[in-house]
Design a protein around this ligand. Structure first.
Ligand code: TRP
Length: 332
């Protein structure tokens, strides 16, 4: 890891379910990113328990996310891949940062408001504190860039405010993180409602494709994908469904939009939709197979996340030591 490389930190929830949208929008670029940046990928199991989780399921899904990241080309020699709860510095820094976060500013987080109304029977303090733990994740590694979707921009802004406040009181301690919107990122929309982003939490199972979906499920979902009455296969603002499928097909096959439009000129959805399905099946096949292989190799996965935690803990400790010293804790 060279000092000149910028650090990217990315947190992923251990829901175990990564979608085609996650892949085409972000994960696909990991192999390129890890050559240019010091990349740190963290499976945020501590964030996950802010809503109720089934323990066996959480454990399983944490490992599944890890295996899928590796299967997508993440190289543990180049990047740091670890599980959040394995590096206690996250909890430790988050306590300190709590004391530099104002109740008012945390109350303004829209995700907290959304989640409190969704989980009205479990509005716990951890849910409220979620963005502070996230700030700790980011600030511990002197992160410069944080790849996130727009829904997380407010949390990055909070992390910046906390960092600025702390730096203001104690002199420069944390680097100022910035949101990173990948150039080559694509926004993949729901197959059931192409005006909305593809999301694994959609109630309609046909709205999203999971990386681990079986070929027959992928084919069925694409055949049912919502398009529009006009049957021409062209990219157009008023044809959200078809445009989404064209984007997916283009990314899956490496063909340009023009090439795709030419390929299906004069043809109908009856031909186009199964073609998109097949392209996606072939795109995801090696990832699914690699993931399945990795999941059989528990020893290897264990060595990856242990080594990752060691690397992460070393980097995190440097920042935490500095913070403890600055706030006036006695060195042990
Ligand atoms: N809150 C992020 C999400 O739901 C996950 C996350 C936790 C994260 N810690 C992070 C993302 C740090 C980026 C950086 O997507």
């Amino acid at each position: 890891m060279s000092e000149a490389k910028k650090t990217i930190f990315s947190g992923v929830q251990p829901s175990g379910k990564l979608t085609l949208g996650n892949y085409l929008g972000a994960i696909r670029n990991f192999p390129i990113l890890q050559d240019e940046y010091n990349c740190i990928y963290c499976v945020v199991d501590m964030h996950a328990i802010t809503v109720r989780q089934d323990p066996a399921q959480l454990r399983k899904q944490t490992i599944e996310v890890l295996a899928q990241y590796l299967a997508c080309g993440l190289d543990p020699e180049k990047s740091t891949l670890f599980i959040q709860s394995h590096v206690p510095a996250h909890a430790e820094l988050s306590w300190v940062l709590n004391c530099y976060t104002m109740f008012g500013e945390a109350s303004r987080m829209t995700q907290f408001k959304d989640k409190s109304s969704k989980h009205a029977d479990n509005v716990n303090v951890g849910l409220f504190d979620y963005p502070v733990l996230m700030a700790a994740d980011i600030l511990l590694y002197q992160t410069e860039l944080v790849p996130v979707g727009v829904d997380q921009l407010q949390h990055i802004e909070l992390a910046r405010n906390i960092a600025q406040r702390f730096n203001g009181v104690y002199s420069d301690t944390f680097k100022m993180p910035e949101p990173y919107i990948p150039k080559a990122g694509a926004k993949i929309m729901s197959l059931a409602d192409p005006t909305r982003k593809m999301s694994k939490s959609d109630e309609n199972q046909n709205a999203f494709i999971l990386l681990m979906d079986k070929p027959e499920d992928i084919m069925r979902k694409f055949k049912r994908a919502v398009t529009d009455s006009d049957s021409r296969i062209i990219m157009s603002e008023d044809k959200a469904g078809v445009s989404n499928l064209i984007t997916i097909y283009s990314l899956a096959t490496g063909k340009t939009i023009d090439e795709v439009e030419a390929e299906f000129e004069g043809k109908g959805y009856g031909e186009f939709k199964p073609a998109v399905g097949e392209a996606v099946v072939e795109l995801l096949r090696p990832i699914r197979e690699k993931t399945e292989d990795l999941l059989k190799n528990k020893d290897y996965l264990e060595s990856v996340y242990r080594e990752g935690a060691n690397k992460a803990a070393y980097m995190a400790r440097k920042t935490l030591d500095k913070v403890y010293r600055k706030v006036g804790f006695v060195k042990r």
